[in-house]
Write a protein that binds this ligand. Structure first.
Ligand SMILES: [Zn+2]
Length: 68
């Protein structure tokens, strides 16, 4: 039982949403960013270094984890 809970926590951690601090756009790893060629299931950490906010164009540095 403990192991199951631990696995579930890890999954949630990896699927964290990240929010753009400039325009409030939320990157959802379950959706990805199809307009930029990012497939659903792509973690924020796995986005290319040159990925930019699709709304305002700032880089990943301007994103922070969304509180859930
Ligand atoms: Zn933005």
């Amino acid at each position: 039982m403990k192991i199951l809970i631990l696995k579930s926590n890890i999954l949630n951690f990896h699927m964290l949403k990240y929010k753009c601090t400039v325009c409030d756009y939320v990157y959802d790893p379950e959706i990805g960013d199809p307009d930029s060629g990012i497939k659903p299931g792509t973690l924020f950490e796995d986005l290319p270094a040159d990925w930019a906010c699709p709304l305002c164009g700032v880089g990943k540095d301007e994103f922070e984890k969304e509180n859930q």
